[in-house]
Write a protein that binds this ligand. Structure first.
Ligand SMILES: NC(=O)c1ccc[n+]([C@@H]2O[C@H](COP(=O)([O-])OP(=O)(O)OC[C@H]3O[C@@H](n4cnc5c(N)ncnc54)[C@H](OP(=O)(O)O)[C@@H]3O)[C@@H](O)[C@H]2O)c1
Length: 345
């Protein structure tokens, strides 16, 4: 058995540059390849980061026998095609979020992963951070009782002429695809699949949502209130309220480095515990290490973020989007009205 997985990065853009150093920090990773649409860009990236194999042909890259696993860092609308081609070639895949544009596509990738014995995981780095692992442990220990309420958000304004992937529908534009995956993943990890979804926001005619506030309601009475925006700042954080206490997740939600745990029944004064966590590299190291270890074990998915969780999150995201589309179409005003609103007389 190899001691290291031979990884190749796909794409030479923003996320590739943020994660390349973290891949090189993992002792179970050997970063051997970079694939771009453009050979000069691949060569440049390879020389900047001492990567031996540069390619501008993705299928040849996967068939080369030099790369065991690819990390797909290209706009979301292209994920399904690239991940499917890698899996069919028997190459393991960690693909940026969201894994695909639809839950049906994620299910198809899951099938291809099992059929070809290749590992598949969405790059949900948040769930692998020490702070998020601690949230899971605190919830499991019952310290804050039963979780009943979650509030979380993430947003930042992207100019209309900003990077195309935010605003072009075919590339996966919209606040939900870019940021909702995190807030929904948090709610799903704590509360599971909701019984009701209510959403208000702005969905453009081309299917790109500018911003959205949504409520996930559970028959148990639990509720998650979530917000995402590409037109306004929303502090990227959140909290979980339980029957005996609360956990506030430090910003940024995607890679928290602190937690505030408050417990105690009034009128007794609350007990406040501040927890701080170290970050390895830029925060992606625990995810890449976990994926590599799973691949070396011969696993085709990871228990911390199995493909079923990706599918479940995408199904919730689709329900939120459907609410916005319905409100837009009912109002006929570009989606200004909320899902539960009715046009006036
Ligand atoms: N986890 C995180 O913290 C985080 C942060 C930012 C983004 N992301 C995710 O990473 C992904 C990429 O985001 P990004 O900001 O890196 O995007 P980006 O810079 O716009 O694009 C990344 C690269 O994708 C390749 N690409 C662009 N258009 C393509 C096309 N039509 N066909 C094939 N390749 C194409 C390009 O590489 P070449 O020119 O070399 O082919 C480009 O440099 C997204 O899914 C996003 O959600 C994650």
């Amino acid at each position: 058995m190899r001691a290291r997985v031979r990884w190749g990065i796909v794409g030479t853009g923003g996320i590739a540059r943020r994660t390349v150093g973290d891949l090189q920090l993992c002792d179970t990773v050997e970063l051997v390849g970079i694939c771009s649409r453009d050979k000069d860009r691949a060569d440049q990236f390879a020389s900047e980061h001492s990567i031996p194999f540069a390619s501008a042909d993705f299928d040849a890259f996967c068939a080369s026998g030099q790369v065991d696993a690819v990390y797909v860092g290209i706009p979301h609308g292209l994920h399904f095609d690239y991940a499917a081609r890698a899996l069919r070639a028997g190459v393991h895949v960690v693909c940026e979020k969201p894994l695909t544009m639809t839950s049906a596509e994620a299910e198809e990738l899951h099938r291809l992963s099992r059929e070809n014995g290749a590992f598949l995981m969405e790059a949900m780095w948040m769930k692998f951070t020490p702070a998020f692992r601690a949230v899971t442990e605190i919830l499991g220990s019952g310290t804050i009782g039963e979780p009943r309420l979650i509030q979380a958000g993430a947003g930042f304004p992207v100019p209309p002429d900003g990077p195309a992937r935010y605003w072009v529908a075919e590339l996966g534009g919209g606040a939900l695809y870019d940021l909702g995956v995190y807030t929904i993943a948090l709610a799903h990890a704590v509360l599971g699949t909701p019984d009701q979804v209510i959403a208000v926001g702005k969905m453009r005619d081309d299917g790109v949502d500018e911003q959205v506030a949504y409520t996930l309601r559970y028959d148990s009475g639990a509720v998650a209130q979530l917000t995402n925006s590409l037109t306004a700042f929303i502090p990227p954080g959140g909290w979980i309220g339980g029957t005996r206490g609360s956990i506030t997740v430090g910003e940024p939600l995607f890679a928290p480095r602190s937690l505030r745990v408050v417990t105690g029944q009034p009128p007794a004064p609350p007990t406040v515990e501040e927890l701080d966590f170290d970050q390895e590299g830029a925060g992606y190291v625990p995810m890449f290490r976990a994926a590599s270890e799973a691949i070396l074990r011969g696993d085709v998915e990871h228990p911390i973020h199995p493909v079923s969780a990706t599918v479940a999150v995408l199904q919730i995201l689709e329900r939120v989007r459907a609410e916005l589309v319905e409100a837009r179409d009912r109002a006929g005003t570009g989606g200004q009205l909320g899902a539960l609103s009715r046009p006036g007389p």
